[in-house]
Design a protein around this ligand. Structure first.
Ligand SMILES: NC(=O)c1ccc[n+]([C@@H]2O[C@H](COP(=O)([O-])OP(=O)(O)OC[C@H]3O[C@@H](n4cnc5c(N)ncnc54)[C@H](OP(=O)(O)O)[C@@H]3O)[C@@H](O)[C@H]2O)c1
Length: 328
């Protein structure tokens, strides 16, 4: 049986878009038909660079096209919600960059709007074959009883002065940008949300520059996470259990100049080293176009938005907050 080609349109011409277009174009069953920008000249430039047949001025004009089945959105976070709702209205599938939106209500609204079409947040690490191995070790109980999770993600001042990460209006700040990964990591390994969180943030120019948090889950599992724009590059996690710890030093995206790897440190002192093949972005695109149900990824995204919501409340109130009090 020949599989149907999915015709993509791309919204925005920024840094991550230009990287992901190559992954879309090198995935079987995908064509990139059109790219839209706020400005025609940028759309034309991007289309010419990547051999995309149609350049369009204005995101809405792309969303209305008949020759587009799915869109990839890599705009500043504050624009995701409006564009996502319009994508659903125009009956197209949505692959949208993280953070999916700037708050929990917007995330839930998107989920509701996509009753006929599909949506997936572009959180690449969840699709890497290495992550399948994480799940399999977890399900087999290879680490014993899980007790504590920790993760850190940071980049030292990774932007130019007008970067959307520094703009309150555009959804900037490390809580959304990097918190998406570290809080998502805790939700992924616990399979559900925590019961309580205490988060603290250092702000600059109105947006969070560093966030540290402690989380409490069922079964006495705890987690500590840290993310920020004021520390050198870190992207590691540790999942500690009674029998062993799983350690990964590049979970959000493998270092480009070394094998994709992780380690299991056993209680005996033995260290198992594991390496993996595979491009997480192409795997993510394959999941998006081929997997029958995206529900487990959507659940992960909505729960991640819920943890960020709780962290935001905790930072505002300056105290530990329980998830039950947020639901009232
Ligand atoms: N998955 C990952 O590994 C990863 C990595 C980096 C970023 N991201 C996410 O991808 C999204 C975009 O990030 P990026 O680093 O690619 O950003 P970027 O380089 O600044 O590009 C954003 C694009 O959005 C469009 N845009 C529309 N309104 C804008 C405004 N008011 N200000 C600035 N740009 C505006 C622009 O395209 P036009 O002018 O052509 O319309 C711009 O090129 C964010 O949600 C970010 O968190 C994901």
């Amino acid at each position: 049986m020949t599989q149907k080609t999915v015709r993509f349109g791309v919204l925005g011409t920024g840094r991550i878009t230009r990287r992901l277009i190559a992954d879309l174009q090198s995935t079987d069953g995908v064509e990139v038909n059109a790219v839209a920008s706020r400005e025609m000249s940028r759309a034309r430039w991007c289309a010419d660079q990547h051999g995309i047949p149609v350049a369009i001025e204005g995101y809405e004009n792309l969303l209305k096209r008949e020759d587009v089945d799915a869109v990839y959105v890599a705009l500043p976070p504050a624009l995701h919600h409006t564009v996502a709702l319009s994508t659903a209205e125009n009956q197209k599938d949505l692959l949208c960059e993280k953070p999916l939106t700037v708050n929990l209500a917007q995330t839930e609204e998107i989920d509701k709007a996509f009753s006929k079409n599909r949506w997936l947040d572009a959180t690449g690490w969840l699709h890497h074959p290495r992550t399948k191995a994480f799940s399999s070790w977890l399900n087999k109980g290879s680490l014993g009883t899980i007790t504590h999770l920790s993760a850190a993600l940071s980049f030292h001042q990774p932007f130019v002065s007008d970067d959307h990460r520094l703009s309150v209006e555009l959804g900037g700040g490390c809580l959304l940008d990097l918190g998406w990964y570290v809080f998502g990591f805790t939700r992924f390994f616990c399979g559900k949300n925590p019961n309580a969180i205490y988060a603290d943030a250092i702000h600059e120019c109105g947006v969070s520059q560093r966030v540290n948090a402690m989380l409490w889950f069922d079964d006495q599992i705890t987690a500590t996470v840290s993310c920020g724009y004021d520390t050198a590059t870190r992207k590691w996690f540790e999942v500690a259990g009674s029998a062993a710890s799983l350690i990964c030093d590049d979970f959000t995206r493998p270092w480009h100049d070394r094998p994709t790897r992780c380690w299991i440190h056993e209680a005996s002192g033995q260290v198992q080293s594991h390496t993996f093949e595979g491009n997480q972005e192409r795997k993510m695109i394959e999941t998006f176009i081929r997997e029958q149900s995206l529900e487990r990824f959507q659940r992960q995204a909505i729960d991640t938005a819920r943890i960020i919501h709780a962290a935001t409340k905790s930072i505002e109130l300056g105290r530990k907050v329980s998830f039950t009090e947020l639901d009232k």
